[in-house]
Design a protein around this ligand. Structure first.
Ligand code: 9YT
Length: 133
């Protein structure tokens, strides 16, 4: 069994800070579980255009307020505590934060740990072929 705390992970290399968000990656590929698990903070006013071409992601809102728009159809879904959105189709989307949000995020395949978004809003796969559709 592996046991970690958010507090200890926040003070380690597991905390990744980027523009408009930061993420504490509590569980990574190296743990061998087949998915990664992160506690992500989205800062108030952030607008993130994302497209996880290489990953599936589920995002559960613990606190805060915002919305997610699927770019293919322009549908906007409000995000509040208790809401999960599940990017089962590698959906291109825009995440907007009205009040600082805390999210629990799961990625499959798991992240290695240092990923930040590329120009498309994707994370690359290390050592694997990159989808480009
Ligand atoms: C919700 C989302 O995708 N935010 C970007 C950060 C990501 N959750 C991560 O790397 O932990």
């Amino acid at each position: 069994m592996i046991v970690r705390t958010l507090k200890e992970a926040q003070n380690s290399e597991r905390r990744i800070v980027s523009e408009g968000w930061e993420s504490v990656r509590l569980l990574l590929k190296s743990d061998g579980m087949g998915f990664s698990f992160h506690i992500t903070t989205i800062h108030e006013g952030a607008e993130l255009e994302l497209w996880y071409k290489n990953h599936l992601e589920s995002v559960y809102c613990i606190e805060g307020e915002g919305e997610v728009e699927t770019m293919d159809d322009g549908v906007v879904h409000p995000i509040a505590p208790g809401t999960i959105y599940i990017l089962d189709k590698h959906d291109r989307h825009i995440l907007r934060c009205r009040r600082q949000m805390t999210m629990a995020c799961v990625f499959n395949p798991p992240l290695h740990g240092k990923e930040v978004h590329d120009a498309d809003g994707a994370y690359k796969l290390e050592g694997e072929e990159i989808r480009d559709d």
